[in-house]
Each structure stands twice: as structure tokens, then as C-alpha cells.
Ligand binder design. Structure first.
Ligand code: ADP
Length: 793
């Protein structure tokens, strides 16, 4: 027993203060002293008893210490009393019922006669240490429960050594723990995966990442392979960095997916074989059908009785119908078998739409329908794509629209939705005022061989393939097709496509608009169809013109009474309720002032013959082609200005023009007579002029000298006027660029358009007329001076 000597004389300490007590007090600290007699009854207490145990000394004195020891720890307590241990840990019950953990040292106590009188316990408080130990034990237990319950395999490894594996891992991998421990961790993986896993490990080990997930094939003891999703995380384990790996076995899931994929492939390939077969069949049927139709046509050219002719025509019509159906099936099966590839070539959208409408113009006229279209101004005029297939889409939709509409209009519009880096998304709308489609049927009309209303099939014909093909074509163009409809009101079909930009081609003038010649000129439009009025308005406005709109002849006449400025041109629709276009034109012609306005008539193709020749300057058939309308308007207005100019008899040459509008003028003209004429006319106006013979010389002289105005002949040797103008604008900085006025031999509208397109400001027809030349100088000279006084020059 330790310190036996020093405690020997302490028996008196039970009742009175001895040296030991004094020493105790001086060493105080965190120890508690409890002394008991041989019966275990508490006889002496010291230290922070109240603080640790919550009892006052008096409460404990005379009580058995064993009654305060936790029942489970009585054995430890006893081991101290029977001298088998001089150190033990046991727990004491606190006054509040909680447990106090003590590390206890025991000393024997002797009385004065050296008889064993009892025991003194020196008790350290280890409560907080023990609590932590219990907490860890509990945590460990919880962790173990999780690790053993999970279905995932859990391994802990360091380097290539496996340190731990949960029961699931042992079970699934088929190894014992010692076997695993002797194994190289990488051996668990297939050879292809090992390299990859080594890379992951390096990344993790370098602390570049704290966790990593990947898929790998894991080998079991029996050689079976498990497909696993593996999560690896860096942890601190047994005093050093290690990794915990969670293997989630997805073998059965993978097998199921693979089966599904191969089932899908099989189904697809079966479908493709079916579609291939259909495509081949349709193709094979088409060949003899062409023979049938061809021969019937020949037969119709022979002498037939009326009855025979009737039968033969029926054969021909039925044959054509059959070919149409076969064509549909051919298309459909081609798309289904993935054999249809789209072209990617530049095409003009407007031409594509107009071609489509041409096909239906007659049909629309027969049914009395208005067939209209509008391409919004921001849509690029030239697209890169498959125009034939786009036309096919439009033909399908427009043919349905016309088929299912008995009165009103069919309207096509195109709008740009958005512009991405590579593609432009366009939205097409085909709207009709026909019978409409029941909303419950709407989603199904795009399915193959489906028609909204079977009763309409007999009336209207068709296979129900049109929209299915259309939808697939639209998808091939990276877009979508959908419809909205109201019964008896009409249907609207929308589709989008994504086309590549074609930047090489410049927009045509009739699309780009805003010509000085047309600017602010007034046009009167008379049409009962609201859509058409709006379309025409948009076009005229895009050319810079001012528009007067009226919905009827009567309204137009009222407007004419009120206007300040008469229109320079008027466009009438032919078919209007009440007063038609011809009647309105006759009234205009009978009025002194109105009769001067040139008139353009819009009518359906078939009507053209019965229109009196003298009423209209121009007649355009509907659907109106934008380019034609533009050319007509430009022609009429140019003609008009020329006439007014010629009528201005009181022309006087302005000799002071050169002083009033000082300009540096260049004439480029290869014909010496014309050149001389122009030079002497300009001299008479007070200008000194330079002259050259061709485009090349223009560029040469421009590199040495600046000019305000160049009169440029279009046809010149070496380099013509158009090329020279393009070069001028490409090479000369904006602030030094001259105004270029074309001199054209033949005053064709197309030529003029070309001149303006390359950046010329105006044009004059040969032979050069003095009045026109002077007017050009006045107009463009003034413009030039304005520029010069502005910021640019
Ligand atoms: P089909 O070639 O027989 O016309 P589609 O696939 O083109 O077949 O059209 C399917 C059905 O959708 C048509 O039979 C018709 O019932 C309906 N449908 C299509 N377009 C229109 C429309 N513009 N107005 C009303 N019904 C329409």
C-alpha cells in the first residue's frame, strides 16, 4: 500500500485535525478524500465534496459508502477493499441522481496501536473523460450499425492496402477480411479501369479534390464482375490520411438498361425494315402507275366516244390520286427509315413562298378565297436550307387550309423569332377561316393515317399522312409544328425552323426598301380585305412611302375629297363588295384631278381578260408578288417624274450653279461624244470637270484627288461602272466617298435597281438631257453641301 507510513498516525484524523488534514488542505486541487472504517461507514471527508457530489459533509457522515457506489461498479469497489487492487474506477451517485466518474486510489488506515482501522479513498474526477469515451463508443456503435445495414460495399484503403471492409463488401466480394488485407486494392478492378483509378487516387491524394465518383467494373473472388458506381472520399483514419470507398452495385440495373436498349434497337431496326419495304414498294408501284397515267393521256388524245372519254378521264384522275398517295407513303417511309437527308443551299424565301402560292392561285380563285402572304421585314431574304422540302411543308399546310375553307382567306406569314450564333429561328403561320378542328382531335391530327373527322375524309379526300410528314420534315429542320383552331372559325398552323445564315447575299432592294425616289410619296390602297390592306401598307411603308388605306370604293372617294396631297399612285383590289375595282377606276377616270393618278389593279388570275385596257396602268394577279409590285411602282413613279420634267417647258440653264454649289465633278464615260457633251453642259453651268474613260481610271484618279460627284457610265471597257462603284465604297474611307450617279443606256428597272443596290444615289438615262443633268446637280449638290456642313465633311 502506498504512503502507508504517512497515514499511520492519522487515525486521530477521524475526529480531530491532524497533520494529514492540514497537508490535504494545502494540496487541495481537484481530489476528494473519503475515509471509511472497516465496515465501510464514512468517517471522514475532505476536498470539494459538495462541488463534485452535491452532498454536504453531514449528509454523508456515518453512511455506508457502498450505498453511493453505482451497482455495476460495486465489484471494483470491493476489489479495493479486499486489497486486490490499490487503484480502480467506479461511479458514485450524485445528489441530483447523475453519476460521478472517479479514478480512485486506496490507502489503509491504522490506529495508534497499529491496528487496521479503515480505508482512505483519494478520488479524482474523470467524469468528462469518461463521457467522451462513452460518446465515441456510442458513435462507433451507430456507425457500425449503419455500415452493416447498408446495401453498399464499403472499403477503407490507404495506398493499395485495404484497411477495412464492411460485412456487405466481404459478402459480395467473396473474400474474408484477412484475404482482403493481403490483397492489392487495385486488383479489385478490371485491367482497363486500373489505370483510371490510379489517376483518381493521385488527384485525391494530392488533395486536389476531396471526393470523386466514377463507374467501374469490380471483380469478386469467384471471378464474377459487379458494375459499381463508386464514391471515394478522403478521410482521416487511424492517425493518417486514408480513403473510404462506397461501391453501389448497379449490375442488375445495367443489365436491365442494356436489355431495354437492345430491345429498342431491335424494334427500331424492325421498323426501319418495314419502312424500307414500304419505300421500296411505293417506288415500285409508282413506275407502273406512271405507265397507266401516261397511256391514259395518250388514249385521251385518240378518237373516243363520250362514254369512253368519261371512263378514261376517271381512270386518269384516279391514277393521279393514287400516285399522290404513293408519294406521301414514299416520303413518310423515307423519313421513318432515316433515309431522308436535307439539302443545305442558299434559296430565296420569298420565291419559295410565291412558288407555293402559285400552285394554289387557281384553286383559291375558284373558291373565291383570298390568298395572302407577308414576310416580316427583318427576315433574311436568302436562307441556307432545303427549299424543296420547305415548299413541301408549305404546300401541305396551304393545301389543307384551302381544302377546308369555303370562304374568307388563307394567310401565310413569316417572322424571325431569334438569331443564334449559327442559326436563325423563323416562325411560319398558315391561317385559314375554314371549318376548324375540334380541340379534342387537335393533338391527333399529326399522327400518321389520322384524320380529325372521318366523315370529312370522304368529302375532302386524303390519307391523313400530310401532317405526319410535315411534322417530321419540320423536325428535320430543327423546329416544331403545332396548331390552334376553333370550330367553324378557322385553324392556324404554326411551325418553326432553324436555318443557317447566308451572309454572302445582299438583300434585294424591294425588300430592303427606302429608296430616295419613293420616299414620302403617297399611295392609296383600296381593298376590302383587312389582312391584305395591312400587308400592302407594310410593304409600301418599308419603301419609305406614305399610305392612305381604305376598305371600300366609297371610303376611298371620301378620302380623296379630304386629302391635302393627292396620291402619286393608287392600288385597287378587283373584287370588293358594293363597288368593285373597275367601277372605282371608272369614277377616278371621269374626274379631272383623280384621272391623273396612275392605277394598279390587283385581281385573281382568271379575271385579267375582262378588264378594260385603258383604266389601269398595271394589273397584278393575286397573290401579289412583292418584286413585281415594287418594279411596277418604281416604273410608274420614274415614268411620272420623267414626264413632269419634260413638261416643265420653262427650263433655263443656271450659269451660276457652279458658284452657288461649288462641286468637284468627275465624268466616267467611254463614249467620247457623250463625254464631251456632258463636259460642255457642266462647263456652261460653271463647273470645271475631270473626265476618265473607264472604271480603272476612276480608281486611279480617286487615289490622287477627291470628288463630290461622279457621273458613272455603267457600260465601260476594262472595268464597268458597277464594279468601279463597289471598289470605291470598299476602298475609300466614308468621309471621302463621292456621291455616284449612274448613266445608263437602257432604262430597265432591273438595271436601276442594281445601281442603287451597289450604293449609287441616283441614275440618268442616256442620252444626257440638260434639264435632267442640272436637276441632278441641284439635288445632289445640295445634299453634298449639307453633308459637308454637317459633321462628316
Ligand atoms: P390529309 O392528307 O388526309 O389531309 P393531313 O395529315 O394533312 O391528312 O390532315 C389530317 C387531318 O387534319 C385532316 O383530315 C383534317 O381533318 C384535319 N385538318 C388539317 N388541316 C386542317 C385545316 N386547315 N382545317 C381543318 N382541318 C384540318
Amino acid at each position: 500500500m502506498e504512503n502507508q507510513k504517512s497515514t499511520n498516525n492519522l487515525i486521530a484524523g477521524f475526529s480531530e485535525e491532524g497533520t494529514f488534514q492540514k497537508r490535504l488542505r494545502s494540496t487541495k486541487g481537484s481530489n476528494v478524500y473519503i475515509c471509511v472504517d472497516l465496515q465501510g461507514i464514512i468517517r471522514f471527508l475532505d476536498g470539494p465534496v459538495v462541488h463534485y457530489l452535491g452532498y454536504k459533509n453531514e449528509q454523508l457522515m456515518g453512511k455506508s459508502l457502498a450505498s453511493y457506489v453505482a451497482v455495476e461498479d460495486l465489484a471494483s469497489y470491493d476489489s479495493l477493499l479486499n486489497n486486490s487492487n490499490d487503484r480502480a474506477e467506479f461511479r458514485l451517485m450524485r445528489a441530483d441522481g447523475s453519476l460521478f466518474y472517479g479514478e480512485v486510489f486506496v490507502y489503509d488506515i491504522y490506529d495508534d496501536e497499529e491496528n487496521h482501522a479503515g480505508y482512505c479513498f483519494r478520488i479524482y474526477d474523470i467524469t468528462s473523460r469518461m463521457r467522451e469515451i462513452f460518446r465515441l463508443a456510442e458513435q462507433e456503435e451507430r456507425f457500425k450499425a449503419i455500415v452493416d445495414k447498408t446495401r453498399d460495399l464499403i472499403l477503407i484503403f490507404r495506398g493499395r492496402e485495404i484497411l477495412y471492409a464492411n460485412a456487405v463488401a466481404l459478402n459480395k466480394l467473396g473474400f474474408t477480411m484477412p484475404q482482403l488485407k493481403s490483397l492489392d486494392y487495385y486488383q479489385l478492378f478490371s485491367e482497363e479501369d486500373q489505370e483510371r483509378i490510379e489517376e483518381f487516387d493521385l488527384v485525391l491524394r494530392d488533395n486536389q479534390l476531396s471526393n470523386w465518383s466514377f463507374e467501374a467494373a469490380v471483380k469478386t473472388a469467384s471471378g464474377k464482375v459487379l458494375q459499381c458506381e463508386i464514391d471515394i472520399k478522403s478521410i482521416h483514419y487511424q492517425g493518417a490520411q486514408a480513403f473510404v470507398a462506397l461501391f453501389h452495385d448497379v449490375t442488375s440495373y445495367k443489365i436491365a438498361t442494356n436489355e431495354l436498349i437492345s430491345a429498342r434497337h431491335e424494334a427500331e431496326s424492325a421498323n426501319r425494315i418495314k419502312s424500307d419495304f414500304l419505300a421500296m414498294m411505293s417506288h415500285e408501284i409508282r413506275t407502273p402507275m406512271n405507265g397507266v397515267i401516261g397511256m391514259t393521256s395518250l388514249l385521251l388524245n385518240t378518237n373516243l366516244s363520250n362514254e369512253q372519254r368519261d371512263y378514261t378521264e376517271t381512270i386518269k384522275v384516279s391514277g393521279e390520286c393514287l400516285v399522290e398517295i404513293i408519294n406521301d407513303i414514299l416520303d413518310f417511309s423515307k423519313i421513318e427509315s432515316g433515309r431522308l437527308e436535307l439539302e443545305e443551299v442558299p434559296f430565296e424565301l420569298q420565291a419559295c413562298i410565291e412558288d407555293t402560292l402559285d400552285l394554289f392561285a387557281l384553286k383559291a380563285m375558284e373558291k373565291g378565297l383570298d390568298l395572302l402572304y407577308l414576310i416580316e421585314p427583318d427576315v433574311a431574304p436568302v436562307l441556307l436550307g432545303d427549299s424543296n422540302r420547305l415548299r413541301q411543308i408549305l404546300v401541305n399546310l396551304v393545301s389543307n387550309a384551302i381544302k377546308f375553307t369555303s370562304s374568307g382567306e388563307v394567310f401565310i406569314s413569316v417572322q424571325q423569332i431569334r438569331q443564334l450564333a449559327e442559326y436563325t429561328e423563323l416562325r411560319f403561320v398558315v391561317r385559314d377561316t375554314g371549318i376548324g378542328i375540334d380541340n379534342s382531335k387537335l393533338p391527333h391530327i399529326f399522327e400518321a393515317f389520322t384524320q380529325a373527322d372521318n366523315s370529312t375524309t370522304r368529302k375532302f379526300g386524303g390519307t391523313g399522312l400530310g401532317l405526319a410528314i410535315t411534322k417530321r420534315l419540320v423536325h428535320l429542320m430543327r423546329g416544331d409544328l403545332w396548331a390552334e383552331s376553333e370550330l367553324q372559325k378557322g385553324s392556324t398552323f404554326f411551325f418553326t425552323i432553324n436555318v443557317k445564315h447566308s451572309s454572302e447575299v445582299k438583300p434585294k432592294l424591294h425588300i430592303k426598301g427606302n429608296l430616295p425616289r419613293l420616299k414620302d410619296q403617297v399611295v392609296l390602297i383600296v381593298d376590302d380585305n383587312e389582312t391584305n390592306r395591312q400587308i400592302l401598307k407594310l410593304h409600301f411603308e418599308s419603301w419609305g412611302m406614305k399610305v392612305l388605306l381604305s376598305a371600300s370604293g366609297a371610303e376611298a372617294l371620301t378620302i380623296m375629297k379630304e386629302v391635302d396631297e393627292y396620291p402619286v399612285i393608287a392600288v385597287f383590289d378587283m373584287q370588293m363588295p358594293g363597288m368593285d375595282g373597275i367601277e372605282l377606276a371608272e369614277i377616278f377616270k371621269s374626274d379631272e384631278l383623280l384621272s391623273k393618278i396612275p392605277l394598279i389593279l390587283l385581281s385573281s388570275t382568271g379575271d385579267l381578260e375582262r378588264i378594260p385596257q385603258n383604266l389601269f396602268l398595271s394589273r397584278l394577279s393575286k397573290p401579289v408578288k412583292l418584286k413585281l409590285l415594287f418594279d411596277e411602282v418604281l416604273n410608274i413613279i420614274s415614268e411620272l417624274t420623267r414626264k413632269t420634267r419634260m413638261n416643265e417647258a420653262a427650263f433655263t440653264l443656271d450659269q451660276g450653279l457652279g458658284q452657288r454649289l461649288p462641286l468637284k465633278i468627275l465624268i466616267a464615260e467611254d463614249n467620247l461624244v457623250n463625254q464631251k457633251l456632258a463636259i460642255s453642259l457642266l462647263n456652261m453651268m460653271g463647273y470645271r470637270v475631270d473626265s476618265v474613260m473607264n472604271g480603272k481610271e476612276v480608281l486611279d484618279i480617286l487615289s490622287q484627288k477627291d470628288f463630290d460627284i461622279i457621273f458613272m457610265d455603267i457600260q465601260m471597257p476594262e472595268m464597268n461602272g458597277i464594279e468601279a462603284t463597289i471598289k470605291i465604297f470598299e476602298t475609300i474611307p466614308v468621309e471621302k466617298q463621292p456621291l455616284v450617279i449612274a448613266i445608263t443606256a437602257n432604262a430597265m428597272v432591273g438595271d436601276r435597281e442594281k445601281c442603287l443596290e451597289v450604293g449609287m444615289v441616283d441614275y440618268m438615262a442616256k442620252p444626257i438631257k440638260i434639264a435632267e443633268l442640272q436637276r441632278m446637280i441641284e439635288k445632289w449638290g445640295a445634299e453634298r453641301l449639307r453633308q459637308r456642313n454637317g459633321t462628316v465633311l
